[in-house]
Ligand binder design. Structure first.
Ligand code: HEM
Length: 123
């Protein structure tokens, strides 16, 4: 199911390390799965987000108060070539053998942003 999904699906563990990277995630971010599995998910985001992301994961696991989980957020992703793009991030949590994993779904908003810009220019 993960391999057939149109949106990128990324699974990380409670430390933020990438455990699964779907084919659509490879297309969106420009990394082959084996280049990023085992690396921190921060490799997929601009530095201004990456610097605090470990702390966000740690905070959530202590306080259990979600800010993105179950709500989603529009953020910026960063590809292997360093280019950035707007995306809708949805995050869910799964417990397997007593351990937390987080499942992220990334929907590319580039076309949506471009359409809005065209509309604004036409006004
Ligand atoms: C929290 C950004 C990818 C899992 C956060 C927060 C930000 C953020 C800003 C803190 C929210 C707050 O406290 O207000 C990003 C960006 C990403 C990204 C820019 C771009 C690639 C991911 C992915 C996953 C993930 C792919 C899961 C596979 C989480 C979790 C939290 C979190 C579990 C803490 C729980 C929560 O706040 O609900 N992220 N994230 N993130 N992110 Fe990410």
């Amino acid at each position: 199911m993960m391999n057939a999904a149109a949106d990128a699906i990324i699974v990380i563990n409670d430390q933020g390390l990438i455990r699964h990277f779907s084919p659509a995630a490879s297309r969106l971010f420009g990394y082959a799965a084996d280049e990023v599995i085992g690396r921190n998910v921060t490799v997929l985001m601009p530095a201004r987000y990456a610097k605090d992301h470990d702390q966000h994961l740690a905070r959530y696991q202590v306080v259990r108060q979600p800010h993105i989980i179950g709500k989603g957020r529009d953020v910026e992703g960063q590809r292997k070539d360093g280019s950035r793009f707007p995306m809708r991030l949805s995050v869910g949590e799964a417990q397997i053998d007593g351990k937390s994993f987080f499942v992220g779904i990334c929907h590319d908003l580039t076309a949506h942003r471009d359409a809005l810009q065209h509309l604004a220019m036409a006004e």
